[in-house]
Write a new protein. Sequence first.
Length: 366
Amino acid sequence: MSTNKTLAEQIVIPSKTTESTSNNKPTKSSPNNNSAVWMQRTTLLALLLATVVVVFGAFVRLTDAGLGCPDWPGCYGLFDVPQTAEEIALAESTFDVAVEPQKAWNEMIHRYLASTLGFLILIINVFAFRTKKHRVLSIALLGMVIFQGMLGMWTVTLLLKPVIVMGHLLGGLTVTSMLLWLWFKQKYPINRYGLNRLSSFALIALFVLIVQIALGGWTSTNYAATACPDFPTCQNQIWPDDMDFAEGFVMWRGLGVNYEGGVLATPARIAIHYTHRLWAITTVIFIMLLGIFAVKHSKQMRFENAGGRLRNSALLMKLLLIVQLVVAIVMIKSGFKLGISTAHNAFALFLLLATVAVVYFSREND
């Protein structure tokens, strides 16, 4: 480096438009740096795969393929699907059910993807311990994905019990959100953070959204989506007369019941669906307010890059909310077509991730 620089050239003046770069990265030859780079790449890959797993899981549920394989972790005692006439005959005689190859493949592909995701999260933990960074979150992720595997097993062995299926859905969303948070911590580390009025409200809005997603899961697992086939009315009424909330929200109904197709009477299903619609109003209010507050707060942040990330996340969140509302209406009007219903689940995930991003970036203190 030249020693003939002027004093002005040697002094770095902090600018409002740039962020601090005091945290120098290790040199390229550093083993820790290589592990950190690969950890970040693996986290992003796992995040993308987790998104696919959650959306494909919704597709499996919507195609009634949750019991496409009546055993776990294999399928009719195999690690793929019975294909030959002999394999199908043996499977049907052993498990006393008709083999439906397409449903079985849907279920097994979902299991293959989920297993790959678990392997990637294990690799993330290896990198976390090599770099001695993000170990707590990485271990929590590994524990969560193991618990997800158990929920997947119970989904099959307990014959699609709604509370288990809903928990499996929420677990998948939790894993995906945790991966996004971990990736943010590596890509956009926040050195000064804490609760403020915006981040506190963001947590409340996130909770409201999670409740709405849980209600959507409860609606789906109880086969209550078609209980209100019209919009904005339900059963051609603003407030349906025949609703049974007490029966609709019984969490546990004992063991040995096959829930495929649902076991609830129509009044209970209407109550579940209508509750999902009513809470959607609350969700829209909170998410929209969070978007407004976040954009306003971003303009007051010292560093433009930090403010820009918060603003962009908030704008994306509001856009996804609008898209989700449109998709929900189209889904009902179209008679709950498979593609639209799957998209409804996908955009619920995207909206959740955008809200998590707002929560993350709203914590930054200048």
